[in-house]
Design a protein around this ligand. Structure first.
Ligand SMILES: Nc1ncnc2c1ncn2[C@@H]1O[C@H](COP(=O)(O)OP(=O)(O)O)[C@@H](O)[C@H]1O
Ligand SMILES: [Mg+2]
Length: 264
């Protein structure tokens, strides 16, 4: 479903600010894989997401989605394949448009993929049914301007808009980090529900270790542009926060205190 081969990215080459943001990253996702990514600030997590979505082009390496080489494919041509939710709840929706208009926009952008026949005719019904899955009663507020919604409601809507057209890859970049704990919890459980419903192939970056352990079937730890730890399936189920912190400390050669605050 997704394959990254030897992806490298250097920022500010040959200047004092030169930074290897990604260093020969190899990663393969099968259909339905749900990978959580943790790692300290500056590890390269968002850069990796930007590579997959086509916001950035790798200096070296290849990216395949659905067996197709998309390395040189610009972002707008990849957008049908990719759903993305950012940290900022304001980023994914248009505040001056209504809920229905926002959904219509996301729908027409991505509708070529995987949607059941006849949706065009019954689009409104499809929107209402989709909104119901959020359990926020937004289906009763189709004509409300999105700017009037709370951060949590907007993030739920963003999540719906990026998943209801069944993208090949769903990218979530700390999408619960800006929310208060109860809203974050709600968005986390919605994420689980929406991803499981359509078996979406998903990559979720998070600073919340518990969330990284609870969601998905694979976990990756990044540091300094590299994947420094990969845990799958049964092994992931048994993993604890303490073990993760220990592993991180080991790989980092002991710089625990600051990284504990960064990662926790
Ligand atoms: N557009 C850019 N120009 C220059 N440096 C960048 C750019 N984007 C990211 N970086 C640098 O690359 C490194 C990785 O950044 P990022 O992928 O955002 O990390 P993370 O998301 O893991 O916190 C950081 O050192 C960051 O400062
Ligand atoms: Mg980031």
């Amino acid at each position: 479903m997704l394959r990254l081969e030897q992806i490298s990215k250097l920022f500010n080459e040959a200047t004092p600010d030169e930074k290897v943001a990604l260093d020969k990253i190899n990663l393969s996702l099968e259909k339905g894989d749900f990978v959580t990514i943790i790692g300290s600030n500056g590890a390269g997590k968002s850069t990796l997401m930007n590579m997959i979505s086509g916001v950035l082009t790798p200096d070296v390496g290849k990216i395949y989605i659905d067996q197709k080489d998309v390395t040189k494919l610009p972002e707008f041509k990849r957008s049908k394949l990719i759903g993305r939710v950012f940290q900022d709840p304001m980023a994914g929706t248009a505040p001056s448009m209504t809920i229905e208009e926002n959904l219509a926009m996301a729908y027409s952008r991505n509708k070529t993929r995987g949607l059941r026949k006849g949706v065009d005719k019954n689009r409104k019904e499809f929107f209402i049914e989709s909104l119901k899955t959020l359990h926020l009663n937004l289906e009763k507020r189709l004509n409300a301007k999105v700017g009037l919604l709370s951060g949590g409601e907007r993030q739920a809507l963003s999540l719906l808009m990026s998943t209801f057209t069944k993208p090949s890859i769903l990218l979530l970049d700390e999408h619960t980090a800006a929310l208060d704990p109860s809203r974050a919890k709600l968005i986390t459980s919605l994420t689980k529900e929406l991803v499981e419903k359509d078996q979406l192939t998903t990559i979720m970056v998070t600073h919340n270790m518990q969330q990284a352990l609870d969601l998905g079937n694979r976990l990756i730890m990044m540091d300094n542009g590299q994947i420094i730890l990969e845990v799958k399936e049964e092994e992931k189920k048994k993993l604890t926060i303490e073990q993760l912190l220990k592993e991180f400390q080991k790989l980092r050669g002991g710089s625990m205190i600051s990284d504990r605050t960064l990662l926790a």
